[in-house]
Design a protein around this ligand. Structure first.
Ligand SMILES: Cc1ncc(COP(=O)(O)O)c(C=O)c1O
Length: 382
């Protein structure tokens, strides 16, 4: 019997045909949110029964969706037989209003991941180079690489922050795109608005700047400086945001890109015209700009994060100064052993490889989860 095509196989073969490029089996891994470390490869068969575990491995929001979003999702179910053409347009207008741009400057996707993939394909197909700090969220660059581009990586500073000066110097004549992630994943670190803005303005004279702001709303209200204000008169800056993080809608899959209509057109040609579902759109409409819920997430997250950073301070383990729901620190012992010992105790985290070392990436859960986690972690590294 003919083995049915998986979505990944379909994706590979379709792209291979249309793009005329060789796609390696590594693409499967690229569909994940982050690169797999050697420790993870060795430890996990990726079909792990993650459901029973405390998931400190995906930077999710343990408090979402908000009650308003849940109610809206339930109400939207009766429209589940209809394509969400009108609802999508309504959401687009709401987002445009919030961001201070015309609706033609907004592209909505099934998660910002979908938009990162589309951008990676659109620019990667041109060949040349894509540039980013490393480690960062690699999805766009992975796809660009799978097309025809080379990925240039610039190390973080010693404080695990983006090194924008080094990034600016690394732009070459054939750099098609620079990916800037502020706050960054996997570190949660933030670089000041003035530096990022200056970088975006200068770099965009030479290449497209993709500013990923998935975690921006974890910063206090006065500090959430978005690069969206650059987009109006500059087709070489795009900014992506997501409902997955501060709004807690990761499983519903919805995010958006703000950019010049011509730039969005180039990116949108590699996606469906209507990918988010009625339920996702309804949840997003109910969540957008919900300051009460965002404040609740921010406050609970920073209290729970302190449990982890206090523990790391006490153990004298260095970490990046995270302002979000994720912390990165050097693994105090073999990554594979940490993963297995934590798994036995009911916790999932990620191990990243960087500069020949292993690093623990721990997402912030609830206060109780973090209190239990530090105990389990302490046993695991004993
Ligand atoms: C920096 C960054 N950007 C984008 C995403 C993609 O999120 P989503 O596709 O859920 O919007 C993530 C997910 O972890 C992320 O960390």
């Amino acid at each position: 019997m003919r083995k049915s095509l998986s979505r990944r196989d379909w994706f590979k073969s379709t792209l291979a045909l249309t793009a005329g490029v060789t796609l390696t089996s590594a693409l499967t891994e690229h569909l994940m949110a982050a690169p797999m470390s050697e420790a993870e490869r060795a430890y996990f068969d990726f079909g792990i029964s993650a459901t029973q575990k405390v998931r400190l491995n995906s930077n999710e929001n343990p408090y979402g969706p908000s009650e308003k979003a849940k109610k809206a999702v339930i109400e939207s179910l009766s429209r589940g037989n209809r394509y969400a053409f009108n609802e999508l347009e309504e959401l687009k207008k709401m987002i445009a209003g919030k961001e201070g741009v015309d609706a033609s400057f907004v592209l909505i996707g099934a998660g910002s991941g979908e938009l990162l993939v589309q951008t990676g394909i659109a620019y990667g197909l041109e060949g040349g180079r894509v540039l980013s700090a490393y480690p960062t969220f690699p999805l766009l660059m992975n796809y660009a690489q799978e097309m025809k581009a080379t990925w240039d990586k610039v190390d973080l500073t010693e404080k695990l922050e983006h090194n924008y000066e080094a990034l600016a110097s690394a732009i070459k004549s054939d750099t098609r795109l620079v990916f800037s992630c502020n706050p960054n994943n996997p570190t949660g670190t933030v670089v000041s608005d003035a530096i990022v803005r200056g970088f975006c303005q200068e770099a965009s004279k030479k290449t497209l700047v993709y500013a990923d702001e998935a975690y921006l709303e974890f910063l206090e209200l006065g500090q959430q400086e978005s690069m969206v204000s650059l987009v109006q008169n500059n087709p070489n800056v795009v900014v992506s945001k997501t409902f997955s993080k501060i709004y807690g809608l990761a499983g519903l899959r919805i995010g958006y890109l703000v950019g010049h209509p011509d730039t969005l057109k180039k990116i949108a040609q590699y996606g469906d015209t209507i990918s988010p579902s009625q339920t996702a759109i309804a949840a997003a409409k109910a969540s957008l700009g919900d300051e009460d819920f965002m404040k609740l997430t921010r406050e609970k997250n920073s209290i729970a994060r302190k449990v982890l950073t206090d523990y790391l301070d006490q153990k004298k383990i260095f970490y990046g100064k995270s302002m979000t729901n994720v912390v990165l620190f050097p693994a105090p012992k073999d990554g594979k052993k940490i993963l297995s010992q934590l798994d036995e105790r009911g916790f999932l985290i990620r191990i990243w490889d960087y500069q020949g070392k292993e690093w623990c990436r721990v997402s912030i859960g609830t206060l109780d989860e973090m209190k239990n986690f530090v105990k389990a972690f302490d046993e695991a590294i004993a």
